[in-house]
Design a protein. Structure first.
Length: 96
């Protein structure tokens, strides 16, 4: 059963690496944030599978910590986006 978990973890890591490469090629900040979320989700899944395959309990702690960091980075990104003004605001029409 450990071989199945290890193979699944490698498949998840490969899919995460492919998706991460695809998203990081973009110059848009939101897509880069999605790359961080993808790395967090894929990393957590791979760590949990590898922990179940090896029987090491510390990998689940590392997976939870990685999940927490990914969630905080997303919250910080959205908070920073709210604070920045629009680059191209719509002109207001004055009443005459």
């Amino acid at each position: 059963m450990a071989d199945v978990f290890t193979a699944a973890a490698l498949a998840i890591l490969a899919a995460t690496a492919f998706g991460l490469f695809r998203v990081l090629r973009s110059r848009i900040a939101v897509e880069r944030m999605m790359a961080v979320q993808l790395l967090g989700t894929g990393g957590v899944a791979a760590l949990l599978l590898l922990g179940a395959a090896s029987g090491v309990a510390a990998t689940s702690d590392a997976a939870l910590l990685l999940m927490l960091f990914a969630a905080f980075s997303c919250a910080a990104f959205t908070r920073g986006e709210e604070d920045t003004p629009d680059e191209d605001p719509q002109p207001t029409k004055e009443k005459t």
